[in-house]
Design a protein around this ligand. Structure first.
Ligand SMILES: Nc1ncnc2c1ncn2[C@@H]1O[C@H](COP(=O)(O)OP(=O)(O)O)[C@@H](O)[C@H]1O
Ligand SMILES: [Mg+2]
Length: 268
């Protein structure tokens, strides 16, 4: 399991439109060796924010998309057989700790329980990573920063961060941008004009109001960008909305019909 490494200069940092003081807090945390936790619904800009900040701070970034089979060994490393020899291969977390990079654990609650255990010593005053298999106790190089994200919206008691873990991070809450900001972001990312993006964002906000009633989760900014991209490409608006903003939200025919009615009310 490899993390993707990205190293970019501040000049070509991926576009990110700040919604508040999140860039300042992230910068201050990085200057003071504090780990950061990003909380918020899926598709609202967390991953983009980290990529942007890493580039701005000129720091290498190892991103690990966590899943329910991800173990501590996937992050730390393991012995591999190569040409009849057993050699130790660092995982992405170990590499970040050695190199003083940013390690971003996306959707950390998805990972297995043993993962959170290895994160604790890295958030202590003396930041270190115990590597049980080699007996090494690796001190984090200057510049190492631990960043994790999770979605507190899923009402699943098994998929939540324990307070003992949560309380080791500076936490930033993310949410979908205000309409005005979202129009800017969607237009910029899709290339569709702001005038044509406006009703899509209005629809997205109507759909978000249904969260908790008919929908488990509101439509993400990512999906609004998909719809706008399809429209810019020449697809009819109703087709694009169905494919990018309605089908991904629900499998229930009645619910989908309700969402289509909302769409008609906005687009006529
Ligand atoms: N504030 C923002 N600035 C720029 N792009 C954004 C912003 N918020 C969302 N996006 C766009 O939405 C997409 C999804 O965001 P992402 O960071 O992948 O979400 P998350 O990690 O929260 O699931 C991004 O690829 C980007 O195009
Ligand atoms: Mg993400």
């Amino acid at each position: 399991m490899d993390g993707n490494i990205t190293l970019k200069g501040a000049a070509d940092a991926p576009f990110y439109l700040p919604q508040g003081d999140e860039c300042d807090i992230f910068t201050a945390a990085s200057e003071n060796d504090l780990p950061v936790l990003l909380k918020g619904p899926t598709g609202c800009g967390k991953t983009r924010f980290v990529a942007h900040m890493a580039a701005r701070l000129g720091r290498p970034l190892y991103t690990v998309a966590c899943h329910d089979d991800l173990s501590a060994a996937d992050l730390i490393g393991r012995y591999l057989l190569k040409g009849g020899e057993t050699i130790w291969v660092d995982g992405p977390l170990t590499r970040a700790v050695r190199e003083g990079a940013i390690c971003y654990l996306d959707e950390v609650v998805e990972a297995r329980k043993d993962v959170t255990v290895v994160l604790h010593p890295l958030t202590d005053d003396r930041r270190f990573l115990p590597i049980d298999r080699t007996g090494e106790e690796l001190e984090a190089a200057p510049g190492f920063m631990l960043v994790a994200s999770y979605n507190p919206g899923y009402q699943n008691i098994l998929k939540t961060l324990k307070p003992s873990t949560r309380q080791r991070f500076v936490a930033l809450e993310f949410d979908f941008p205000s309409q005005e900001f979202e129009i800017t972001v969607v237009a910029r990312e899709s290339g569709l004009s702001e005038d044509r993006v406006k009703p899509l964002v209005r629809l997205a906000n109507k759909l978000r109001d249904l969260k908790g009633q008919d929908l488990e989760e509101g439509v993400s900014t990512r999906l609004v960008i998909y719809a706008a991209t399809l429209i810019r490409q020449g697809m009819p608006v109703d087709r694009a909305i169905l494919a990018a903003m309605i089908e991904p939200l629900s499998d229930d025919a009645d619910v989908k019909r309700g969402l289509l009615d909302l769409t008609t009310a906005i687009f006529g």
